[in-house]
Design a protein around this ligand. Sequence first.
Ligand code: ZN
Length: 90
Amino acid sequence: MQRTITHFEEVKFHSVKHGTCPGCGNKTSRKKTFYQTINPYNRTVDGIVKDRRTIVNELAAEAAAWRKLPTWHVRCELAGEENDDEGQDT
Ligand SMILES: [Zn+2]
């Protein structure tokens, strides 16, 4: 049996933020990569397949929202919330 793996192009957006951890009060920085794939099912609310530019704009907006959030250390953040669901990819 042969399985075809279709590889969709991934659009990534790297973001870094610096701040003071609300958990321990020390300065810290966090890195996060936002990404989406270009594929026939990834559409805008208007039903148009998202192109690279649309996706980059969305990722940049996500990153901007993320940078406004407090800059927690990973460890301090995990200590604060036990039910952190990893891999929230849709
Ligand atoms: Zn901390």
